[in-house]
Design a protein around this ligand. Structure first.
Ligand SMILES: Nc1nc2c(ncn2[C@@H]2O[C@H](COP(=O)(O)OP(=O)(O)OP(=O)(O)O)[C@@H](O)[C@H]2O)c(=O)[nH]1
Ligand SMILES: [Mg+2]
Length: 419
């Protein structure tokens, strides 16, 4: 049986423009955590109440409502302190979950790779440490549910000293993982294929685009990644080789989706998984064209790009889910400084155009050359055939002669073979 929840928001002068949007997002987050949202309470105030966040009168009201509706859990759309959680629990008499804990819980459910499991454990420990007062309360309640799940098997600790030790140990293990990632990245770099990274808000359709490209280029279906109508379907970066018949080959990287107001404890986890984007040759910013909050999605993406200090990497803006919208969007996105294209990954529209745009960016400042690679370097011959798919190639006495379009970087490496 799914957990029955009530969602609660506090509307203040500073968040009134984004309020509605953010409450809808909270509902989607709760559903992604497996809960059933039975109701919603909105409270308007000029400022927060330091004891109960939403005000004690409202808390009493919520308590009665929750009792009548047989609610298990009340989710507040903000980050609360430990004592605020405890005070609310005392008045409402139900489990209280704040927005941060809800997001951590979804991450705990989805984390698969060793690195993401460690990142989530670290974020959970850092979240719990200053909130042990409120936290002991829910562990003493019967039943698990949101806020009690960890990605690993170990039980959630409530002893301060123990949590501190745990944090130190997780950090040490994480460092090893990060070093491993560095090695994998170097290996990938030496495979010579350019890296194209998908970046965008959660649920924009990044994984669906990846699957479409996998299908389009005839790769086996077992390579497909998980895509679903829930927030944070993807947590781990995945790299897949895309080798279209008539286009440039590349490695495509799928990444974790972004969200507004990323909880502070999760920023590090996000940054480290998104770090890979820094090494991409091209970034595809994926936007859900059908959402009303497109501008806020864009600002979340821009903040991330600034945060990660990704400068100088070419960008293509990909408006996805065009099957759900009219053409008026085309006018609104005209003034972007990046190249913009419109697709529907679901209906397979615009994918060819997407590949063409990728080609043209990856081939910028390319030149056409004629090279001969000696037979003593078979690996290099294979690499070049895979990467450039030369239209003209022939065997000559001293090696394989090919005509290819190459970029400046590769020209420097291959210069001695040019004839
Ligand atoms: N109508 C429509 N739905 C789409 C399209 N592309 C993706 N979707 C749906 O949008 C939902 C989210 O897709 P995902 O590919 O999982 O999105 P994502 O960007 O990878 O999301 P996260 O992994 O959570 O960051 C799924 O239910 C898809 O079927 C599209 O072009 N049109
Ligand atoms: Mg995804």
């Amino acid at each position: 049986m799914s957990e029955k929840v009530l969602i609660v928001g506090l509307k203040m002068p500073e968040n009134r423009h984004s309020y509605e949007d953010s409450m809808q997002e909270l509902e989607a987050l709760a559903e992604s955590a497996g809960a059933e949202v039975l109701g919603r309470v909105d409270q308007s105030a000029d400022r927060i109440d330091s004891k109960t966040f939403i005000g004690s009168g409202k808390a009493v009201e919520i308590g009665e409502l929750a009792e009548n509706m047989e609610i298990d859990t009340v989710i507040i759309n903000h980050e609360l302190s430990g004592s605020q959680i405890k005070n609310l629990e005392d008045v409402i008499g139900k489990k209280i979950i704040d927005r941060t804990n809800l997001i951590l819980d979804i991450f705990a459910l989805r984390a698969k790779s060793v690195e993401s499991v460690l990142q989530v454990e670290l974020a959970q420990a850092n979240y719990r440490l200053p909130r042990l007062v409120g936290y002991r309360n829910y562990l003493s309640r019967t039943g698990g549910g949101i806020g009690t799940r960890g990605p690993g098997e170990q039980k959630l600790e409530t002893d301060r000293r123990h949590i501190r030790r745990e944090i130190a140990s997780i950090k040490a293990r994480l460092k090893k993982q990060v070093d491993n990632r560095e090695i994998t990245r170097k290996q990938r770099k030496s495979s010579e294929l350019p890296v194209v990274a998908l970046l965008g808000y959660t649920n924009a359709g990044k994984s669906t685009i990846m699957n479409r490209l996998i299908e389009y280029t005839g790769r086996s279906a077992d390579k497909k990644v998980y895509a679903d109508d829930r927030l944070f379907a993807t947590l781990d970066t995945r790299h897949i080789r895309i080798m279209p018949e008539e286009h440039e080959s590349f490695i495509l990287a799928d990444t974790v989706g972004l969200i507004r107001d990323i909880p502070v404890n999760l920023i590090e986890a996000f940054k480290s998984t998104l770090e890979e984007i820094k090494y991409a040759d091209l970034i595809l910013i994926v936007l859900d064209a059908s959402t009303e909050s497109l501008d806020r999605q864009k600002s979340a993406i821009n903040e991330t790009i600034e945060d990660l200090k990704i400068g100088g990497i070419p960008i293509i803006e990909v408006y996805n889910k065009m099957d759900l919208v009219g053409d008026d969007l085309l006018l609104n996105s005209k003034n972007s400084e990046n190249e913009v294209i419109y697709i529907s990954a679901l209906e397979d529209a615009g994918i060819e155009k997407l590949l063409q745009s990728i080609d043209s960016v990856l081939n910028q400042d390319s030149i056409e050359v004629e090279i001969i690679i000696p037979y003593s370097e078979p690996a290099l011959i294979n690499q070049i055939i895979e990467k450039y798919k030369p239209q003209i190639k022939k065997s000559v006495d001293n090696g394989m002669q090919m005509r290819i379009m190459i970029n400046r970087d590769d020209y420097d490496k291959l210069e001695r073979y040019v004839i």
